[in-house]
Write a protein that binds this ligand. Structure first.
Ligand code: HEM
Length: 300
């Protein structure tokens, strides 16, 4: 039976609100964002591994939301390098599925409980020594911190790579399971406009800069896990030499000016041909996002 994380979600959201304030009607994380129309065209390379409808031969419509990771909708764009790219794929049978990615390839903690403990303690405004003690309890957070420390200032949504972090299973026609991790790689890796905009409008430039770059594109890659690669631990990377190949391309064509902001980009909603791993952080996200949605949809 699926574990229920509703109580943990309440603690998480109350702690986030204590740290960042309450912003009625907004997501409790990734509050500032904008929506775009897109088409995903699979290239057929995933067919030996999965029967998922959007990864066969036919293009599918998609909706994309780019976001800053902060719970504050007024967050200054230039302050954090951690940004999000959420994709809703619209399958031919009317179902949807999501890939919800950030600019960092690993998460901070192995369990949702550890992550919520960190934000609960952070809400109590600990001193620097307490902070060090707290993170020493979770040595797995070192990998994410090391990556974040070396990230360059974020300049443009359209020139960054994005990682859904968790592993998933592809399941093929014969019922064979293959662990995979995804990665979005941008068509363009540099934007001069973004550099100029970020210097002049450090507070709020990313959305405008992105709108000026349209149309933009990303290639979706998968890496195949092998024996011994950790599939249930979102702080763990797989060895670099693992087989990686492109499975399709996302064309982001136009802005959605007045989006119906009722989408919950829930990474556990997967179609036939894809299964969730047992990664507890992945499963907890379903209840966390539902709790955030329940508040924001009521204008709370
Ligand atoms: C236990 C850990 C986590 C917590 C407590 C958490 C919390 C949240 C919450 C409350 C939201 C707002 C949901 C909504 O109102 O629809 C959100 C959105 C988001 N989260 Fe997480 N999250 C966690 C882990 C992750 C991980 C591992 C990723 C990495 C891919 C991630 C990426 C995102 C993104 C990209 C969004 C924005 C989705 C959108 O565009 O609507 N989160 N998160």
């Amino acid at each position: 039976m699926e574990k229920n994380y509703s109580d943990l979600a309440e603690t998480a959201i109350q702690s986030i609100e204590k740290i960042a304030g309450t912003h009625p009607g907004y997501r409790r994380a990734h509050a500032k964002g904008s929506y775009y129309e897109a088409v995903f065209t699979p290239n057929g390379q995933a067919i030996p591994y999965t029967t998922a409808a959007h990864l066969q031969q036919e293009p599918v419509k998609a909706i994309v939301r780019f976001s800053d990771s902060s719970p504050s909708p007024k967050m200054m764009d230039g302050l954090s390098p951690v940004k999000g790219m959420s994709v809703q794929f619209q399958l031919p049978n009317g179902q949807v599925t999501y890939l919800v990615s950030v600019t960092v390839p690993v998460f901070l903690t192995k369990t949702p409980e550890a992550f919520v403990e960190i934000i609960r303690l952070t809400a109590q405004k600990p001193g620097p020594r307490d902070l060090v003690k707290m993170f020493m309890k979770y040595p797995e957070s070192k990998a994410a911190f090391r990556i974040i420390k070396h990230m360059k200032p974020f300049l443009s949504y359209s020139t960054s790579c994005y990682y859904p972090i968790h592993a998933f299973y592809f399941v093929n026609e014969q019922g064979k399971r293959q662990a995979v991790k995804y990665k979005w790689v941008p068509d363009e890796t540099f934007s001069l406009e973004a550099k100029k905009e970020s210097a002049v409008h450090a507070m709020d430039y990313l959305e405008k800069e992105l709108d000026e770059q349209l149309p933009i594109g990303f290639t979706l890659y998968v890496t195949l896990g092998e024996e011994g690669d950790l599939v249930d631990d979102s702080t763990a990377s797989w060895p670099k030499e693992r087989t990686t190949f492109a499975i399709g391309h996302l064309d982001i064509n136009g802005k959605i000016e007045h989006p119906d902001d009722q989408i919950v980009f829930d990474p556990t909603v997967v179609p036939a041909g894809i299964e969730c791993t047992d990664d507890p952080v992945l499963h907890a996200r379903r209840d966390f996002y539902a709790a955030s949605f329940k508040r924001r949809i009521k204008g709370l």
